[in-house]
Design a protein around this ligand. Sequence first.
Ligand code: NAP
Length: 388
Amino acid sequence: MGTFFSEPGWLCLTVTAVLGGTILCKLKTSPGQVGRKVVCLAGLWGGACLISLSLFWGLVLFSLSYFVMYTYFSGQELLPVDQKAVLITGCDSGFGHGLAKYLDELGFTVFAGVLDEQGSGAEELRRTCSKHLSVLQLNITNTQEIQEAYSKVKEKVQNKGLWAVINNAGVLGLPTDGELIPMTEYKRCMAVNFFGAVEVTKAFLPLLRKSKGRLVNISSMAGGVPMQKMAAYGSSKAALIMFSSILRQELSKWGVKVSVIQPGGFKTNISGTSQMWETLERTVLDNLSPEVQEDYGQDYILSERSLLRLMKTCTDPDISPVLLDVRHAISAQSPFAFYAPGKLSYPWLCFASFSPTGIFDYLSRKIYNYDKKMPRVLSTSNWENEAM
Ligand SMILES: NC(=O)c1ccc[n+]([C@@H]2O[C@H](COP(=O)([O-])OP(=O)(O)OC[C@H]3O[C@@H](n4cnc5c(N)ncnc54)[C@H](OP(=O)(O)O)[C@@H]3O)[C@@H](O)[C@H]2O)c1
């Protein structure tokens, strides 16, 4: 107690309080996960210092850590919106649709790319958003549509320039064992989630370089965490992460900042409809060799429906963490290279990166064992003996 009431102790306490208060005030203006991360970091660090050191040195280190964080987070202040122009792909539904509305409300000039400009999503955007939002027909797997969208955007922004491109459009494909996923599904996932995003990026980069703007690519937690049944989707999202990371380095000389968003599970149209799943299941069954079909069995293949149900029931309907992180990526003076919105996304990404493979695989098998169904051969016969 003596040390606490000594002069240096009071001094450090005051410095801590002042710096901490200033940071917390700044965080009020900074959206997204920044606030959560700072509070966690500060709490952990402060706790560690106070437990392991004397009160005096604990407070000194605590104050220093606040100072370092203050300097770091002063780069997180948001730039004025100033009707900056942003292009978002995949605005028919889900994150893209939500983002288009959110950024329009904030005062951005939004170019909302849609897969179907006559569809209900596009119609709703036209009906509910301001006159600053333009809906653009933009199938990102179609070179001509990308070029046409580029010409329209260039003509509209004129000298003002395009500030940000948000590559959001994506497809999940049919989540099932990698051996069962048809090649058409692997190619479809790559075509939309990777090549589509790459082509849009290449087309619009001249505008982004001019504005020293932002490129934001929506990948997925599944691009960094190996998840069963996600071989096609996860690989395409992992490719997008690597592409973005390389561009981040290359484009820094142009002043363009690149961020990757890796959301966890949110309730959107990504999980598809029962009708879509039926078609995909049919495609899987039609493409399997008799040998593979015999080994896995139809029941196993059709049981993947439980995953659809899980995705529909266990995911978060509130997509605001994604919207806030994208806003931070396009508005902060120094945006982060990676964002991981969603309850478990960040811990899973850390765990997958740093834990020993054996432990990760064991836990992931336990947690992501969607149902206990096994392939026909493994559940009925003495497979090991047969294999011998
Ligand atoms: N929801 C999640 O839990 C989650 C998690 C991690 C990452 N993500 C990623 O977040 C992004 C948005 O997904 P979401 O969850 O919002 O799902 P969503 O509601 O299905 O939105 C995806 C959008 O992309 C559109 N799209 C599909 N193919 C396209 C193409 N070739 N060209 C242009 N647009 C196309 C879809 O149009 P239609 O509706 O007409 O098909 C849809 O509007 C995706 O990249 C997804 O991989 C989602």
